[in-house]
Design a protein around this ligand. Structure first.
Ligand code: ATP
Ligand code: MG
Length: 784
């Protein structure tokens, strides 16, 4: 808004605003606007700014409050204004403060929580920034040395900023530049040379995890018309990994003979989902391609959430996907060894027994303050840990904590819990223990014990890499290479055991293997092949770019690629109209030969029966023909696929107008029509077999789901057709047998089938219908 003519501007106001550091134009502008000037004045008063003004940065933030402060939280504005005046809220945390107060609105303000969440009064020193940057660069050293000055500056800065939320950006940038220079030395000519332009990396159906190989042919994603992000990746060589002492690498190499050793480490607290297929594919195929071995290791340190049922199902899923673990191990098998290492850790002065409540503990970790129990003697700690083991404490009354660095910018270094008390029997170790090691304590130690060369995990573990290395180092153990990659996300679905549990418990679906879920059991039940899932994993490769979501259509594309050459055709009519062939001799049946897979003549053939009663799809008949319609209509001729032309002579309708029967004649000498419709008949005098068909749509219609994902469940994701008619090809089919129902889709026999009735799940449509996959599968609606 332009300032009012100077004559009407209150000069006293302009002066007051200038004294808080606004420049002349802004001060005049504010003074000339009644609402704005009175708001700003109120804020200046609330902040307690004296008449002679305040420093410019403070004044500018007060001005910002006058324009940006959330209107729903006016009653707390003075608190913020005073923080600004005291400089405990600065440009760094003002936005977080606005956001926080906006959430609080007119409710009471918990000042302590506000201060904690918004970093009020937190000062991050340059020294802290230096340390955080140094730590980060150490973690990324191998990568940085490889890419040199072509490192992703934005992502590096963002990661450090995430860890040091209230640090000055320019301090981080300054430190980063310094550290990079220190590590890499000045830029060389090669660093300055332009990057040679390479074509986007397409993948043939190979591109596996490691050093994603140079692509030779069009990628599947390209064929599917889907663009995905790919990266060229080389894992660090374990021989370059820093070890606490040089003999550790020598010992490791002696034990492994230099072989690649990986592991897939699921926690048996739920059923595996397709994200885990990516994790498995990465670790198992990397080992296989390099002549190494991969363990299936159950990371079973949370007995109350784990069960034998999950263990069994995970073993089954791993096998189903075709992976062959060199051994199946359990973290719990190492409980004795881990306990001995805990004793050693205490003796080395790196662990102590702590009695803080979970709340106190987390507050201290947040505030970087020591636990009062931190400096106990080794003897005392050994005795107390023994008490913990003997069950002398109640749950929650004592923990063993790793003695890291409570002032460390990385929270994972701030005395994580190593052991906690749980009076809960364990699915594998039974009642033997009442103390259980934590994930952070266990995972790295078991990796080290198993001589893992590449500990591959998803990016959310990146922040824990430092404590992983710290623990193996202080215990003087071999340190594996840890390398993180982006989780698989898939559109229209959730990939998290916790969310899947909610969907099952709240009965949005019917159990863990409901074909609408993303569990491997669900995909299997729906008719997916392990090959198609592995093909997806190969196609997408592995990247470190977080937050990419793979389109579900790419998965379906991989599936069709696999099924197309494998699956026998059958004819099934979902919504039948009876058709009587009036010139077909009654009481007779003709056997028609159908190739199992039309484009693969060597795939054999099967017979279907034709008699005078045939059923066709309701959408394949219209009373009113039109030139774009290739189905049947009065007086029109079409081909019954694999059989003969028929011509519609008579239409019988009920009193609502619904067509109940068509009377046609066939031409035994003529099968010339190119447009063919599918049909079902049976031996003369018999009805074709009725089957139940289940058509699935996406469980979530939206592609990407936010925090309110549960509200986005599609209530119409399942349609059951109780009485579709099938030709005899499907007779005797067993659970998991697959067929392509001509013109309809790929289908698979469901476990709910009985001796009386087969139940089929639609695995996927023949072609995708992006808007609603259910429609593509349903010829009644999809065909013109
Ligand atoms: P969820 O969040 O679904 O419970 P999780 O990470 O807790 O998964 P774990 O049993 O701990 O499940 O996972 C075993 C391995 O699978 C881990 O190495 C984990 O990083 C990896 N993993 C889990 N989800 C995905 C995913 N969506 N994409 C790729 N890897 C995954
Ligand atoms: Mg987990």
């Amino acid at each position: 808004m332009p300032p009012k003519p100077s004559a009407v501007i209150d000069e006293a106001l302009v002066e007051r605003f200038t004294k808080i550091g606004l420049d002349a134009t802004k001060a005049k502008e504010a003074a000339s606007n009644n609402t704005m000037s009175s708001t700003l004045l109120d804020i200046i008063t609330e902040a307690g700014v004296p008449v002679d003004g305040c420093e410019k940065p403070v004044g500018q933030l007060l001005y910002l409050i006058s324009t940006k402060y959330p209107a729903n939280a006016l009653k707390h504005r003075a608190v913020l204004a005073q923080c600004v005046a005291k400089k405990t809220v600065t440009a760094i945390n003002i936005q977080a403060s606005f956001d926080y107060l906006h959430r609080v609105g007119s409710q009471d303000l918990d000042v302590a929580d506000f201060e904690k969440q918004c970093g009020v009064g937190v000062v991050i020193t340059k020294e802290q920034v230096r340390e955080a940057v140094a730590t980060f660069i150490e973690e990324r050293l191998a990568e940085l040395k490889e890419v040199r000055y072509r490192y992703n500056m934005a992502s590096y800065l963002a990661t450090v900023r995430e860890r040091l939320k209230w640090a000055e950006s320019r301090d981080i940038k300054e430190e980063m530049d310094k550290k990079v220079l220190e590590v890499l030395g000045p830029k060389t000519e090669a660093d300055n040379a332009p990057v040679p332009k390479t074509k986007p990396a397409p993948v043939a159906a190979a591109a596996a995890p490691v050093a994603n190989e140079a692509p030779k042919e069009k990628s599947l994603a390209e064929l599917a018309g889907i663009s995905i992000h790919r990266e060229s990746i080389t894992f660090p060589d374990p021989k370059d990994n820093i070890q606490e002492t040089p003999d550790l690498l020598a010992k490791h190499l002696k034990e492994t003979g230099g072989m690649v050793v990986t592991r897939f480490p699921p926690e048996p607290n739920g059923y595996l989902h397709i994200g885990h297929a990516k994790a498995m594919h990465l670790s198992f195929s990397y080992a296989k391609k390099n002549g190494g071995k991969c363990y299936l290791r159950f990371d079973d340190t949370n007995p109350e959430k784990e069960s034998q049922e999950y263990i069994d199902s995970i073993i089954e899923n791993v096998g189903w996907l075709g992976h062959k673990p060199c051994d199946t191990t359990y973290s719990s098998h190492y409980f004795d060894q881990l306990y001995d290492l805990a004793i050693e850790l205490i003796k080395r002065g790196y662990a102590y027994v702590c009695h803080q409540t979970p709340k106190e503990l987390s507050e201290c970790r947040q505030n970087m303050t020591d636990s009062p129990y931190r400096n106990r003697s080794v003897e005392e700690n050994l005795a107390l840990f023994e008490d913990m083991k003997k069950g002398k404490y109640e749950e929650g009354k004592a923990t063993l904590r790793m003695k890291g660095d409570m002032k460390h910018p990385n929270p994972c270094m701030r005395d994580l819990i190593a052991y906690r008390i749980k009076y809960h029997p364990h699915p594998v170790s039974g009642d033997k223990w009442v103390i259980y090691p934590s994930y952070d304590y266990t995972h790295c130690l078991v990796d080290s014990i198993e001589n893992i060369t590449h500990s591959l995990c998803t990016l959310e573990f990146e922040v824990r890499r430092l404590s992983y290395n710290w623990l193996v180092d202080v215990l003087g153990l071999y340190r594996p290479v840890v390398w993180e990659y982006a989780r698989l996300n898939l559109t229209h679905t959730v990939l998290s055991k916790r969310k899947i549990i909610t969907l099952v418990k709240d009965k949005h679906v019917n159990g863990w293997d409901d074909p609408r879920l993303s569990t491997l059991n669900a995909f299997r039940r729906k008719g997916y092949t392990p090959e198609s899932i592995n093909l997806l994993c190969e196609t997408i490769g592995v990247t470190r770019a977080n937050n990419t979501t793979i389109p579900y259509e790419l998965l379906e594309f991989c599936l069709r690629q696999d099924l197309n050459d494998k699956v026998t055709r059958a004819m099934v009519v979902l919504d039948p109209i009876k058709v009587v062939i009036t010139n077909f001799p009654e009481g007779q049946t003709e056997e028609i030969t159908v190739n199992n897979i039309p484009h693969i003549p060597t795939a054999g053939s099967h017979k279907v029966q034709l008699s005078n009663v045939v059923y066709i799809e309701r959408t394949d008949f219209r009373l009113q023909d039109d030139p774009n319609y290739f189905g049947l209509a009065p007086n029109k001729e079409v081909l019954l696929r694999y059989a003969y032309n028929i011509k519609c002579n008579e239409v019988i309708q009920d009193n609502t107008g619904k067509v109940t029967e068509l009377r046609v004649t066939y031409d035994k000498t003529n099968a010339t029509k190119t447009k063919a419709i599918h049909w079902v008949s049976s031996k003369s005098g018999q009805k074709p077999t009725a089957i139940e068909v289940r058509l699935y749509g996406h469980l979530f219609l939206e592609e990407n789901l936010g925090d309110d994902w549960i509200t986005k469940v599609n209530p119409n994701s399942l349609e059951i057709i109780p009485n579709a008619l099938a030709d005899d090809t499907i007779l005797g089919a067993k659970e998991y047998d697959r067929f392509q129902f001509e013109r309809t889709g790929f289908f698979c026999v469901d476990k709910d089938s009985t001796a009386e009735k087969l139940v089929f799940n639609r695995t996927c449509a023949l072609k995708e219908n992006k808007a609603d996959p259910k429609k593509a599968a349903d010829p009644r609606r999809s065909r013109k």
